[in-house]
Design a protein around this ligand. Structure first.
Ligand SMILES: [Zn+2]
Length: 326
């Protein structure tokens, strides 16, 4: 009885909370996938970060998974629909093994937003607009600065394992695109973290150089998709003005990358050298260093060629050969 009435009282609070949120922000938030785990979760004592994730799966399965497990506070689909999963003031289990500025277990002090999509694929404008509105509302509520809106890959870290005998950043590339300038502009975010506080302090070591360049460098593979193209070159022709065709501003499609090598013969033809096989003692990162997950490092096994950027660390096999230039 008592539990029931307590539950009812909480449900009323939750409903009140959602409608308050609605009236304050005009955001349409659905409760259809509210997590059954919600009431088990502790209320957070602080909220310092907003962590953006990519589900790496289609909407239906993503929503079912995050709801069943209580893995985020909100989930935003490709059509821009926002679902509330766990109450925003409670802990959701979204960040896993994580650390930021020396503070472990980021779930304890962050809000997690799962965005249906992939860490290396552009999202629709309507989805980005919904994420932007939601983030703006949460930033306002919790007084969170732009540089505290981070990606899961900023904060996730890996425990020492057979590939990395040290605690390392680069366990995940989840949400990686949200660190790119063109995407942040779409989200209305004017700044981002400029360095990794935990690798700088020596608490972690970097294990994914490509990810580091996306998070803290200028790598922006989404720029073309969002129409941020390099300025067209000035016409060189000395022809009279009326003959100069001015390039019309337009969305520039991403430049197709050179086809990836598909065989050992092609690797060799492009100047790649076999740096030997991965063994228990000789990990991929020992062989290739920080470039072990670079798109320019390749792995071969059973005549398959896999670029480092698509290598799943959980499926590195003994006997995989590492190919690099030089
Ligand atoms: Zn994630």
């Amino acid at each position: 009885m008592c539990r029931l009435s307590e539950w009812a009282a909480r449900a009323v609070t939750v409903l009140a909370c959602v409608s308050l949120c609605l009236s304050a922000s005009a955001l349409e938030i659905s409760n259809r996938y509210r997590s059954p785990r919600n009431m088990e979760r502790r209320v957070r004592s602080s909220t310092r970060l907003i962590v953006l994730h990519t589900t790496e799966a289609p909407a239906r399965s993503s929503l079912n998974k995050v709801s069943d497990r209580g893995e985020c506070h909100y989930c935003v689909t490709e059509t821009g629909q926002i679902y509330a999963i766990v109450d925003r003031d409670r802990e959701a289990f979204h960040a896993g093994r994580s650390m930021w500025q020396g503070a472990e277990d980021v779930d304890k002090y962050s809000i997690g937003i799962e965005c249906v999509g992939y860490h290396d694929k552009a999202m629709s404008t309507v989805q980005l607009a919904a994420i932007r509105s939601l983030v703006a509302e949460l930033k306002r509520m919790y007084r969170i600065a732009d540089q505290c809106v981070v990606c899961h890959s900023h904060v996730a870290y890996g425990a020492p394992n057979k590939w990395h005998p040290f605690k390392h950043r680069g366990r995940k590339r989840c949400g990686m695109l949200f660190a790119m300038s063109s995407v942040r502009r779409k989200l209305g975010l004017s700044s981002k973290p400029t360095f990794d506080p935990d690798t700088r302090a020596g608490r972690l070591r970097n294990a994914d150089e490509y990810l580091r360049r996306v998070l803290y460098g200028n790598v922006d593979t989404m720029a073309a998709a969002y129409g941020v193209a390099p300025k067209p070159a000035a016409p060189k022709s000395a022809a009279p003005k009326s003959f100069v065709q001015r390039p019309r501003p337009k969305l520039v499609a991403p430049k197709p990358t050179a086809a990836e090598p598909r065989s050992i013969a092609e690797l060799k033809a492009r100047g790649y050298v076999d740096h030997g096989a991965v063994t228990k003692e000789r990990s991929a990162s020992k062989i290739a260093g920080a470039a072990w997950k670079s798109p320019r490092t390749y792995y071969t096994i059973r005549n398959k060629v896999i670029p480092g950027s698509r290598l799943d660390p959980a499926h590195i096999e003994k006997g995989m050969h590492v190919w690099m230039r030089k």
